[in-house]
Design a protein around this ligand. Structure first.
Ligand SMILES: NC(=O)c1ccc[n+]([C@@H]2O[C@H](COP(=O)([O-])OP(=O)(O)OC[C@H]3O[C@@H](n4cnc5c(N)ncnc54)[C@H](O)[C@@H]3O)[C@@H](O)[C@H]2O)c1
Length: 253
């Protein structure tokens, strides 16, 4: 019961890392979990699983790049559970058209990648902070990536957006530390989720990535979710502005 009594909102919670985190948040005793995503069908399933398992969750349709959606989602959280203590800005995307070098990246895909992966995080913080202030503090967890720290042969716009999340997190951490609103980023390494399904199905690609991981296996959504539980809990009450890399050692070498 590491999160007993807290209220937490997780974006991109219909699948992968977000779904695992929403489940862990509920298992650790959260009083309310807001499962937020654009995939309503899967999101409703995650919500039902949590509620059937004795937790307390609602689902809200939230496109993180839409400010009106954010206002409505935070309002729904407060209406249902009376406040907001934790926001995990986790929704993100990478598609074949974004896995390109600089010259091959269209402005359209550049903008679309930033809208979700970077602007979505900004809006999530902007609309969560006023509610956290009313509670006397809170924890914001932003999902970046190891690709927000190091480069690779493609994924130009993804690298840029995830890099933005890395320093945006530190800026917010400094701005709101005096109000006990902590802001940290998680940097997942390679993991099997909805986002990487097509990539990891390509011949040899999954094996090539595993060869880059010193701990010798692909990451699981749960590996990342444990990090989110720590950052959401009071165990991390002296932790703000950090980048928690969860990658099996990939970028340590
Ligand atoms: N899987 C990896 O290898 C990996 C590595 C590093 C970072 N990440 C990051 O982890 C986060 C979670 O991704 P995942 O790997 O669990 O993938 P996933 O595809 O399983 O989950 C992402 C979720 O985000 C949702 N989403 C997409 N666009 C959205 C929008 N505009 N508004 C709201 N929700 C939206 C999707 O519907 C989906 O449910 C992402 O930010 C991703 O960039 C993943």
């Amino acid at each position: 019961m590491r999160l007993e009594g807290k209220v937490g909102l997780v974006t991109g919670a219909s699948s992968g890392i977000g779904a695992a985190t929403a489940r862990f948040f509920a298992n650790e005793g959260m009083a309310g979990v807001i499962v937020a995503d654009i995939n309503d069908e899967l999101g409703a399933q995650v919500m039902s699983e949590i509620n059937e398992g004795g937790g307390n969750a609602i689902y809200v349709h939230l496109d993180v790049s839409d400010e009106d959606h954010w206002q409505a989602a935070v309002k729904a959280a407060v209406a249902k559970y009376g406040g907001l203590d934790v926001t995990m800005n986790n929704a993100g995307m990478s598609v074949p058209a974004s896995r390109k070098k600089v010259e091959d990246t269209t402005l359209e895909i550049w903008n679309a990648m930033h809208a979700v992966n970077a602007t979505g995080v900004f809006l999530g913080m902007k609309h969560s902070i006023p509610e956290m202030r009313k509670r006397g503090g809170g924890s914001i967890i932003n999902t970046s990536s190891i690709f927000g720290i190091v480069g690779s042969g493609s994924g130009t716009a993804y690298h840029s957006a995830k890099g933005a999340v890395r320093t945006l997190t530190k800026a917010a951490a400094i701005q709101y530390a005096s109000e006990k609103i902590r802001v940290n980023s998680i940097h997942p390494g390679f993991a099997d989720t909805g986002m990487t399904k097509d990539l990891h199905a390509q011949p040899g690609e999954r094996e090539r990535r595993i060869a880059l991981i010193p701990l010798g296996r692909m990451g699981l959504p749960e590996d990342m979710a444990w990090g989110a539980v720590y950052l959401a809990s009071d165990e991390s009450s002296f932790v703000t502005g950090i980048e928690l890399v969860i990658d099996g050692g990939t970028i340590a070498q």
